[in-house]
Unconditional design. Structure first.
Length: 323
């Protein structure tokens, strides 16, 4: 049986997702809970997942060969992502709508991996590969949005981004800021085209030791998922970006002459961000980044935080923002 999910995503609008696997379907329902309009059943499909949108106009790609295994022909793009355990085949068709067909092929190592990994872990991986990255690719096709690793927050009337490498404390600091009146628009995955940010408000995964007990939508023996209420904002212009690091002393230092392109590379230090941006390379390559595409009005800061001073850091940031 094929299960259908109708979502309304920022900027893009309605997107229809068709999923065969029951566990993946239920996992996707949680991840996109803030954007789901309807669910139901659909006719059987030969593909593992299918994603469609009718809202993106004038999409056209010239026929060309972009690489050894990447060809664009008759407004259709095909490519394959494979590893030791599986192979994912993607076919993009551009006409009056965009249709993404994803075919999932397993090998014997996949079944061994399934015995070792939890159901949550397997569904999590499949969700990224067969649903989330293809949805992100719609933004890349639309206006060269690439993935940024960070949290997008509204603090009073300002929009800020907390960014940095894995484990530096973005989610923990975000949660402390929420306690002080800030609003989380997105955590972990942000979309940025050099001018504006789009944040998909998806669940935040925290370990069980985290003291946050509000907005828990899922919990098992290893983690819990926190989902904040949906925001109605499509895209925003960010005022300040804070690069987080762990150090002995608490310090906020303004960065001068910051290179946006280095930031793009730094973001790829997070595995899921790297995988997402690699997934979208065909669309970035085809569209090319436009000259003067980046906005120089944002201010950038290095925010150094001792491990046990997250609450103090939140107070310092609120003070720095003059709120």
């Amino acid at each position: 049986m094929v299960r259908k999910i109708e979502c309304d995503f920022p900027k893009i609008g309605k997107v229809y997702i068709y999923i065969k696997d029951k566990n993946l379907y239920e996992f996707t329902l949680r991840q996109f809970k803030n954007y789901i309009l309807n669910t139901g059943k659909s006719d059987d499909l030969k593909d593992f997942t299918v994603i469609q949108t009718y809202n993106m106009k004038n999409i056209f790609f010239d026929e060309k060969i972009l690489g050894r295994e990447l060809k664009i022909e008759k407004n259709k793009i095909k490519f394959v992502k494979k590893n030791k355990t599986q192979k994912m085949e993607y076919v993009y068709k551009f006409d009056k709508k965009i249709t993404i067909n994803v075919n999932f092929k397993k090998n014997i190592l996949y079944f061994i991996k399934k015995l070792i990994k939890s159901n949550y872990s397997m569904s999590h991986i499949l969700f990224y590969q067969s649903v989330l990255y293809p949805v992100f690719s719609l933004y890349a096709v639309m206006d060269n949005y690439f993935l940024v690793h960070g949290s997008l927050l509204k603090v009073d009337e300002s929009y800020i981004v907390l960014t940095g490498l894995d484990g530096v404390g973005k989610s923990s600091l975000s949660n402390e800021l929420v306690k002080k009146g800030a609003e989380i628009l997105a955590d972990n995955f942000l979309l940025f085209n050099g001018r504006r940010f789009i944040g998909l408000n998806m669940p935040i995964r925290l370990d069980l030791q985290n003291d946050t007990n509000n907005n828990v939508i899922y919990k098992d023996n290893n983690l819990k998922e926190i989902l904040y209420p949906k925001n109605e904002i499509s895209e925003v212009k960010v005022n300040k970006v804070y690069f987080l690091s762990i150090s002995k002393d608490l310090n906020i230092k303004k960065l001068k002459g910051f290179n946006h392109y280095n930031w793009c590379l730094i973001n790829n230090g997070a595995g899921e961000i790297l995988d997402g941006n690699l997934f979208n390379l065909p669309f970035y390559y085809e569209n090319m980044l436009r000259e003067n595409n980046f906005d120089n009005d944002m201010e950038y800061y290095m925010f150094s935080i001792p491990k046990d001073k997250i609450k103090k850091a939140a107070e310092e940031l609120i003070c720095q923002l003059n709120i």
